[in-house]
Write a protein that binds this ligand. Structure first.
Ligand SMILES: NC(=O)c1ccc[n+]([C@@H]2O[C@H](COP(=O)([O-])OP(=O)(O)OC[C@H]3O[C@@H](n4cnc5c(N)ncnc54)[C@H](OP(=O)(O)O)[C@@H]3O)[C@@H](O)[C@H]2O)c1
Length: 387
């Protein structure tokens, strides 16, 4: 039997799958959007090359990975009867990581996050007709807490239906949690809520650049329209993926919901910009909180400029500015106490990340999968025969 993972070709999903494969030697069934197996394999390699070389990838592909070509927004993921049946028989637990993070698209968030999560919940119910499902883990977000200011939020305080949401992403992720709790009362359910997942504390490389780009832009300014003492709850992806995989496989986790965040140890804007200025041997920026309002208006106007790089940057900032201004952090005592792990300080690894991102023009220098491996498929020992 094996763990079904959605979102394995994404940033966090690739870390979670790599962790399951390399540190826990698990067998994984991956739902990947793709036309055919070969393209899906190449797509997976693109995501996993942050974590392994191509020969290791091929070895794990042969022994521990099975790909299902599916889309969350299709009924039964668009799988054939046999494949869907296979999942209902062979899935021992589910790690639902996939989502649309398109904060500006109500349509994408509604389809992928709500309809998609409903489809995964349906699969869970079908599995239950066949055998026990050990765990359903859902990767949510701290953004479910909605519009807050100057708060430290505990897990049980986050969902408040009277509080407005920042965007369609936050709104749909909030309802996903509700949907899963309502539909899966008889399945062990764990909700993980990461804060801003940014960078790996162990290496400078990243495949996710949106937030890094917004940071790099802000780091290049000499005057910042921010409050210097506001805290930013940034968390390293290696901590998040290790926490998710650890709790997911635990028999009886102590809680059903975990913030995966830096919590009260989150650093302030000033601490982060000071660290970047020191590394770059530059003057510290000046802070002008009085500029917040005019800058927000300007960003909003510039974001309307389609097809220009300034417009693109403004759209990025428009999405991320609320998270830089809410001065709200998410208590992480639960996960820290239960796992004994703590997130790294952003200032300890932000400069290598910044350097990697800017030197590579915010693009990952992808290595192609050697052609000899492209065609090579499973050698017959599928995950189910191993598990
Ligand atoms: N990144 C953060 O800062 C952050 C913070 C808090 C919470 N989270 C949560 O963490 C999770 C992963 O985020 P991420 O940053 O890794 O996102 P990401 O890099 O954009 O990855 C999203 C993944 O979801 C898959 N997906 C999207 N639509 C799909 C569909 N219709 N059918 C099947 N798969 C689909 C994508 O597949 P394709 O490769 O085909 O697009 C991709 O594998 C999400 O649940 C997100 O809400 C992220």
């Amino acid at each position: 039997m094996a763990i079904l993972v959605t979102g394995s070709t994404g940033y966090l999903g690739s870390y979670i799958v790599s962790e399951l494969l390399q540190n826990y030697h698990q067998n994984v069934l991956l739902l990947i959007r793709s036309q055919d197996q070969k393209t899906a394999k190449i797509k997976l390699w693109k995501a996993l090359q942050l974590h392994m070389d191509s020969s290791k990838f091929q070895q794990l592909f042969n022994t521990n990975i099975k790909i299902f070509l599916g889309d969350l927004t299709d009924q039964k993921f668009g799988l054939g009867t046999d494949e869907y049946q296979f999942l209902t028989k062979e899935v021992q637990s589910i790690l639902h990581v996939a989502a649309s993070l398109n904060r500006k698209s109500e349509k994408a968030c509604l389809n992928v996050n709500l309809r998609g999560t409903l489809e995964v919940a349906r699969l869970a119910r079908n599995i239950l007709k066949d055998h026990e499902l050990k765990r359903f883990s859902h990767v949510s977000t701290v953004a479910v807490a909605g519009v807050r200011q100057n708060k430290v939020i505990l897990e049980d305080e986050a969902i408040d239906w009277n509080i407005s949401d920042y965007d369609p992403y936050a709104r749909t992720k909030k309802f996903c949690e509700h949907l899963l709790r309502e539909l899966l009362p008889d399945i062990p359910l764990t909700i993980f809520r990461p804060s801003i997942v940014l960078g790996d504390s162990r290496q400078e490389k990243t495949t996710q650049f949106d937030m890094v780009q917004a940071f790099a832009f802000l780091a290049s300014l000499t005057m910042l329209p921010l409050r210097p003492e506001d805290r930013l709850d940034i968390v390293n992806v290696d901590f998040v993926s290790q926490a998710v995989t650890h709790i997911h496989q635990k028999k009886n986790p102590r809680f059903d919901t975990y913030n995966l965040s830096s919590g009260i140890k989150s650093q302030t804007c000033r601490q982060i910009t000071d660290a970047l200025s020191t590394f770059q041997n530059r003057h510290r920026p000046f802070y002008f909180p009085s500029l917040i309002k005019p800058v927000k208006t300007m960003v909003h106007l510039l974001a309307k400029k389609r097809n220009s790089s300034l417009g693109q940057l403004a759209r990025l900032l428009e999405v991320f500015l609320p998270y830089l201004l809410w001065n709200t952090v998410f208590d992480n005592s639960r996960i820290v106490q239960e796992t004994g792990m703590s997130p790294s300080r952003f200032t300890d690894y932000c400069y290598p990340l910044y350097k990697f991102a800017t030197q590579n023009n915010f693009q990952y220098p992808y290595q192609e999968l050697p052609t000899s491996l492209e065609e090579e498929s499973h050698d017959g020992s599928s995950p189910t025969t191993l598990g």
